[in-house]
Design a protein around this ligand. Sequence first.
Ligand SMILES: Nc1ncnc2c1ncn2[C@@H]1O[C@H](COP(=O)(O)OP(=O)(O)OP(=O)(O)O)[C@@H](O)[C@H]1O
Length: 768
Amino acid sequence: MDREANLPVPPDKPPKSLVRPIFNHESSSSSSSPELLRNLQAAFKRHRPIKMQTTTIGPRRNVAPQRQAIRSSRLVSDSTVEGHRSQDVVSLSQSLAANTLTQDSRSLATSSVAGESMENASITPPSVSATTNIMFGESFNPSERQIDLPKHASFASLESNLDVHRKVQPLIGSTLTTHDMEWDATNQAEASNLGARTGSKHQNPQTVDSEISLKSEYRVSSSLAKMGEFRNFLNQPASQCSASCATTTLIHSSSAPMLNATTQVSRSYVECDPNANPHAVQSQGSLPSFHRSSNDSNILHANKDAPLSERPASAIDPEARVKETDKSKHQQQCTTDVEAPVVSSTDGQATTRLPDELNTSVSSQPPKPDKQEKVASSKGTSAPRKRNYDPDLFFKVNGKLYQRLGKIGSGGSSEVHKVISSDCTIYALKKIKLKGRDYATAYGFCQEIGYLKKLKGKTNIIQLVDYEVTDKSLLQEVLNGTMSNKDGRVKDDGFIYMVLEYGEIDLAHMLSQKWKEIEGSDRTIDENWLRFYWQQILQAVNTIHEERIVHSDLKPANFLLVRGFLKLIDFGIAKAINSDTTNIQRDSQVGTLSYMSPEAFMCNESDENGNTIKCGRPSDIWSLGCILYQMVYGRTPFADYKTFWAKFKVITDPNHEITYNQLSNPWLVDLMKKCLAWDRNQRWRIPELLQHPFLAPPIPPEPQVKSVQLLSHIADSFCGDDDKASSMISQLEQMLTDPSPLPRNDLLELCVQLHDRLRRQKVSSSLI
Ligand SMILES: Nc1ncnc2c1ncn2[C@@H]1O[C@H](COP(=O)(O)OP(=O)(O)OP(=O)(O)O)[C@@H](O)[C@H]1O
């Protein structure tokens, strides 16, 4: 039965021309004045996100709690410090704000219905940006990116809505099931107070007010009843949860007078996330007026029906399959939970639970204008799947949408983008195009997924959050460790998508910044800074070496700073394709070549003994030596050799001597030499490097300290300007303070000479 049909038509529909630009779809009703909407529209046009092409932007009520507003202004200023990144903050925050704004504009309508003062609902652009920044200031804080803030903000936004909605809650009256009323005691108390005030409206179902209240009350009750679930929902792991977020702006839509945050936002995500909040599905089914344009489609069930090629990688990944089973259980559970509100219609006629097929049918329908929805519901058919997102704005990985925030970089083989997920977590999305590559290379790229899976949970390795290989057979082969079609080329327009932890800056950029500071001054590199990062670099590489993985492409750009610590990225690729000429071509840009070991240049060739030259862990150590050299001197050891052939020649020459300018700490030179030994067997391994005196300086033994003190007494006893004696004393001092083993003979000889000199001086002074 169509509940909507039983509701009186609101007499005061705002002109569509006013609503359309805000929501980009038909807005069926609102009891707020057209004047107000015009003002809202005008106010928010000024704050339209630059990057967001969505038109689903609406006004936002200034309903954020005071405490948050204060906090927001602090965060606003924090976020501006981040310079370049703050632009993302702005665009993102605006886009996310759009979501909240849309919701709140609906709250506005309700608040007028419920008799709430419209002054509270007034829109002030500054408050919009402040609230917006509450939401995003933190989400861009490197240390808190994965965090509660977006969740908190969504929640705050929801609560803000609820502040308004609570006042209409009592209107629900007896039409609500007990389930609907499962909200916290505070709300209930408040509602019962308000009930007395607003109860009369409920008595007259024919009035516009109560009609709209009845529409909204479902959403209110649904939202309130689901508060607990919503909290849980927001607490879901990033990769599994869908929540209020920027991306919803594009797919928001509602023709109903209002829709609360929980229902609307999460519903929006069901379409992109098979694991998304099932409440959304229910609300969609139960509220036919909430339909989006016919362009949208719901993937929740479309995924089930999708052909294998369209299914997520989890369909073939046993690990992911387990996850999916759990999620679908959860989904079923949630669906059951929300069935009651679905059928508790305002006219009291639909009081039984919907049959499962109908639920499925309704929830799987692509949201459409009312008419279409009715047809679809009654027939129980699924609309054909359509692409329901703008690929210029979003990436879709395993059914989940990630909004593009900008390109971070591009490697020889990939593009890396900064993205935001539906739960407002920032990620890096690496996209590798497979088409045209030889199969072995494509296989190699795909192997990175295998390595990243193997290194899951290792804190100094970038973490893979999700992935999709559009060529499922390729992924299957990689996961099985088999390779057919060795000599073929990838013809299909396939891609690898990897959703990765996001790194704020890479070591290459850190270094160039550091060297900009140093250059022009008489300062040298800060040794403690060097120790701090060098140790992290070693530990990260040690992690993969322990896993028997050779990176083969170590360079500063492949160490990313994530929440203050360096993490290794992009490994495995170079190793997997090491013998492939493409790799050499890729690396032929000066910069990467600069870190290649002699054996990497000669890999698979035979040495003078007829043994095949292999690239193993020592090859990575050489690259580490080049990185350290660059950290110390501001340039790589072979930077003077510009072309490929010049580099090739000098690096593969065993007699070439690397220049080490003198440093105040001799251990540092020693350390570089240990890494850059031409003979790979001479190079130290990471466990040894971690114990090198540069990182773990030896404490001078006690006797040596005493000797130095004694020496200074001897120096004092020389009278006059005895240059020879002074020079001998400083030599002795140097020997004693040098942490390397003392050259005993030299030391003894010096001591004897000094003693003689002192004796002679005494003799001559006694003669005088
Ligand atoms: N997780 C991430 N977070 C932030 N930035 C990233 C991330 N992954 C990669 N990048 C950026 O993108 C650049 C290219 O990424 P990556 O090295 O993985 O691609 P690639 O195609 O293998 O590059 P290349 O072949 O040149 O090494 C990196 O240097 C880094 O600046």
